[in-house]
Design a protein around this ligand. Structure first.
Ligand code: BGC
Length: 265
């Protein structure tokens, strides 16, 4: 972790779901470097999450790990209760936890469909609901942030690019788009900002088997590093983006421009 000379999230507390690896890990480390207390949520790999916490603490940051399945209502509520007990309140939620479960649609089991929807979409709802309750309860503290709270949903280019073989995943990301926008309009007057980041192909464990192939295909000539996405997340959490709500930032190296490439551009 690199500590910023001018920390943009000083005095704020952030819960980042699925922060043991990949994009969530990079966001946890960068937010801690900007002065935030960070809750590293994980579901199965405690060692991995502990390494993220150690990395942050070794460089003078503040972090704790917390096991919770984001699709389980009781576990999510407990994570928010314990975080508020430890740090006093919460200012930032990053809905990052996500899974894939590839199958042809005519061979997809209900369980394969349901698990992906539960983690990616229902998990985003359950965590956002708890965060919004706390943001509304506390209101704005001008010394901390111009907003009462910020939520960032880590979606995907597959909220607009269909994905054969991953209909469950694409449906969950498309769902996140209108969940995010509907929540954003509902709470805008409470000065709560809710946005999405839609990464393209990013080097994380989720797609490790296809890195070589993906690297060749990307319009910008490389896949994203998790840190590319984390930069955008810090900006969306900071007051630098105070007038930004209900929108999706595509951090995708031009991946959503693919159709143009197919026609020879
Ligand atoms: C998926 C990755 C995939 C990328 C681009 C992401 O949402 O999780 O597996 O490489 O989209 O298709």
């Amino acid at each position: 972790m690199k500590q910023s000379g001018n920390p943009r999230l000083k005095g704020q507390t952030a819960i980042i779901t699925g922060a043991g690896s990949g994009i969530g890990k990079a966001i946890a480390i960068q937010m801690a470097g900007e002065g935030a207390n960070v809750v590293v949520n994980y579901v199965s790999d405690a060692d991995e999450a502990q390494k993220v916490v150690d990395n942050i603490k070794d460089s003078g940051g503040n972090a704790m790990k917390f096991r919770a399945d984001v699709s389980n209502e009781d576990e999510v509520q407990k994570m928010f209760r314990d975080t508020i007990e430890t740090f006093g309140t919460i200012h930032i939620l990053v809905n990052n936890a996500g899974i894939e479960n590839e199958a042809a649609v005519d061979e997809m089991s209900l369980d394969q469909w349901q698990k992906v929807i539960d983690v990616n979409l229902t998990g985003t709802f359950l965590c956002s609901r708890e965060a919004i309750k706390e943001f509304k309860r506390r209101g704005i503290d001008e010394n901390i942030s111009r907003a009462a709270g910020k939520i960032i949903c880590i979606s995907s280019v597959h909220d607009q690019i269909p994905w054969a073989g991953n209909a469950n995943y694409a449906a969950s990301k498309g769902g996140i788009m209108l969940l995010m926008k509907s929540m954003a309009i509902e709470v805008a007057s409470s000065k709560i900002r809710i946005n999405s980041i839609s990464p393209g192909a990013t080097k994380t464990p989720i797609n490790k088997g296809s890195w070589d192939e993906l690297e060749q295909k990307m319009p910008y000539g490389r896949m994203a590093e998790p840190e590319d996405i984390a930069e955008a997340a810090v900006w969306l959490a900071s007051d630098n983006s105070d007038y930004v709500t209900g929108t999706t930032l595509y951090v995708d190296g031009g991946m959503t421009l693919y159709p143009a490439m197919a026609f020879g551009n």
